[in-house]
Each structure stands twice: as C-alpha cells, then as structure tokens.
Design a protein around this ligand. Structure first.
Ligand code: ZN
Length: 163
C-alpha cells in the first residue's frame, strides 16, 4: 500500500495513527482467563510489557497487554493486539515475522497486509526505536511459542547490545 508518492502527507498520517494508539491503546488490560503469557522489557528505553493471550483451538481468541513505555512501544503493542485477535496462532506468528522483516528492511512486507501497522514503517530508520517497536511483538511471540507451559519464564528483551 505504501508507494513513493506519499511524502510528508503520509508521514503525517502515520504519526497520527501512532499517536492515536498511544493515547487510546486497544486491548490494554488483563484478560480474565489467559492461557499464554510472557513478560518483556527494553531496558535501553525503559519500556516494559506483559502480554497475555487466550488461545482456543489453535486460534488467538483474545490478547491483552499491560505495562508502560514510550509512545512507539505502546502504540506498536496496541496495533499488534488489535491485529492478531481472531487469527490462527500460525498467522499471528507469521505477522510477528512480517513485522520484524518490516523493521529490518524498512519496507512493507510482501504478501502480508499489516494495515495500520505499516504506520510504524518509519521507525525502521532508527535502530534504537526498532527495539521499542519490536518489544510487544517479540513478547507475543514468546507467549505463543511457550504454549501453556509458563515454567521457563525467561523475560524477553529487545536490548541485544551483547550480540
Ligand atoms: Zn521505547
């Protein structure tokens, strides 16, 4: 959906989407009966997030997140939560991959329509902010991959300076 014709107008639209999700985050609450859960943090910025999901019959029936952080981390988690609810777990994990690809390449992923999430495209230019934007996604990924077993609860971090 993103061509080269957008220019400043598109940037402005993207900024509005991000601010709107930051001010009124979707699904920012605890779930009543989550069966998936993971914690994540981005110490570089101070972002913290807890992602809960309810998975029924291989489908993400509900997602909620709580925590605090900068506008990018919060808006990204809000966009992510809205997007994956109702999707099969496989599709949700594919969206995580598509998002990470978008953050790496700075281009909308081919074959997956991420909708409003593409508002975060501009973040790809700023590696420090990529860690903020990726936090909710990586935490969701761990929650879904961990399955119902919460015993190996290693918190997720997007601070990869040691690599
Ligand atoms: Zn941040």
């Amino acid at each position: 959906m993103v061509g080269d014709a957008g220019g400043a107008g598109l940037d402005e639209l993207y900024r509005e989407i991000i601010l709107e999700h930051y001010r009124s985050p979707r699904r920012k609450r605890h779930l009543e009966a989550p069966n998936r859960h993971a914690d994540g943090s981005n110490p570089l910025c101070g972002d913290q997030i807890e992602v809960e999901a309810q998975v029924d019959d291989g489908r993400v029936a509900d997602v909620g997140f709580t925590g605090q952080g900068c506008s990018i981390s919060q808006a990204s988690a809000s966009l992510m939560s809205d997007y994956v609810v109702g999707k099969p777990v496989g599709d949700a994990l594919a969206a995580v991959g598509a998002f990470q690809q978008m953050m790496t390449t700075g281009e909308a992923p081919a074959g997956v329509d991420l909708g409003d999430i593409e508002a975060l495209l501009g973040v790809a230019k700023f590696p420090v902010r990529v860690k903020c934007a990726s936090l909710g996604w990586k935490t969701l990924e761990q929650a879904l991959k961990r399955g119902g077993d919460a015993s190996e609860a290693t918190p997720v971090t997007t601070d990869e300076r040691s690599m």
